[in-house]
Design a protein around this ligand. Sequence first.
Ligand code: HEM
Length: 535
Amino acid sequence: MNVFNIPISDPAGPPGLVSSLVEGIVHSPLQWPYLLSLWGCLLLGGLYLRKAAKLPLPPGPSPLPIIGNIHQLLSKPLPETLLEWHQKYGPIVSFQSGSRLMVSIASHNVCQDLMLRKGTLYNSRPNIVVAGRYATQGLHIALMPFGKQWQAHRRILASVTTENASRKYRQLEEVESLQVMLDFLSSDDFSAIFRRYSASVTNALGYGRRLTHGDEAEFHEAEQLARRLVDVIMTDFHFALVEVFPILDYLPGFLAPWKAFGKKYYSEATSFYSKNLLKAQSTPSWNWVKHSLTRPEAQDMSTDEISMLFGTALQAAVETIPSVLRVFVKAMLLHPECLAKAQIELDQIVGHDRLPSFSDMSSLPYINAIVNECCRWQAVIALGLPHCNTQDDEYSGYRIPKGTLVFANAWAIGFDEGLYNNARDFLPERWIENPELPNSAAFGYGRRVCPGKFIGVDSLFINIARMLWGYEFAHGKRKVTLWGIDHAFTSSPRDFDAEFSIRSAKHRETLEKLRTVADTDADVILGKIEADYQA
Ligand code: HEM
């Protein structure tokens, strides 16, 4: 603590500099006249500096020249390192990744203060060189800086993802989760089954076509496109370097391989997404593309821009929903007592003769609690997406300079013992004992909050409720481990196996009777959704 009672961390500058300067002055032959004039200068300079430098940065580990804290960031996955720093320095931590200043926030209230209550100040995005500037040419909605273009994209997406609009998609989610239930009768490949669900829901809503088998060309192409970008960013040294030192982007093309990669990737992505856009326009059914093309914001957009808007927004959904469902399977394997408790609730409320549906949602508190707990316990977008402030700011006695990358660290917020007792434990009961507990960190904050949040939560609810209604879970060959997590674009449980067996002949019979419902054509469901919109 200093005299202003502001908690400060390790000093950011070289530690010996100030003391050696003071010693040199005191031992000089001209010391007293020199000291007096220096005092005058310091007084004037101090007044200026107090205004300019003012407050300290938030606490954090001391950076080295040039590389900042990179040497401390490489030994472990970033969410784990940041969690340790939060334990040491408190809920707001600053660190330096090369030339970029970053701030991680491990407090729900601070995230709300900065990202919600400070208006638009913290709702921009930093310049992400490879994925943002080159591979998507500034047209990725999640990477766009705050401004008119982002607002236009966001308004279009908001028109089909509000809470009210998302309720209309429940009939589609019920049909798709029925397909999930049937798929589990013959396969234990839960990751593939959940990925198909997510891709099919988004493809049907976005472009008007369900992906019922998971082997459709657009399914593979979308997966491959997403994976290629993540892989190259995670593994190529040059690509990582330019994100840490964006100044390297001034290098000519032959020294900057990300430029050629980005150009090729962008051309492939726009060609794939535009094909989807054309298909969507030519399907008989209602879909997001058709709905959105009539909106005023879309009138000045090029085909590339509109196709990128839907391509990138839908991609955001495809990875996240399956990752949370993998956390759910892991939790049930590790906590059979929760599975048993959920099944008691389902048997009482739903019985064996029908599947749980959205109409049961308000009568299934324990299932809703499991959904919340899966999102909190091991948040799949562990650090959120980086926000960026567009002006210098001060908060709680700290300086946060313009352009800082600010992370709403969902991973660390989930471990906030002030909010969640025994935070490392999977305890759905906490949500029933205290319904006021904040559950939003997994979906982000402020104006950049996930627009697909309602679709996400509904998808988690219906799949989790039905899986628990119909199946017993058992460990498979590759055992699940509590903290085995692969942190890439999402932080997903490390690969493990599980085996699923139907709970009874009666459950199987109920499921089999619904086989034809699972084959419902997208046009029929989307027609009903359109009618709902018009009602
Ligand atoms: C369980 C599922 C999901 C989770 C956990 C999740 C999580 C997140 C998070 C943490 C963010 C960053 C928010 C921030 O910057 O503060 C985000 C952004 C985003 N999500 Fe989701 N998401 C999910 C489902 C979806 C779905 C279904 C869609 C598609 C409609 C979607 C589309 C997006 C988009 C477009 C953004 C970028 C928003 C912007 O920058 O303006 N997400 N999501």
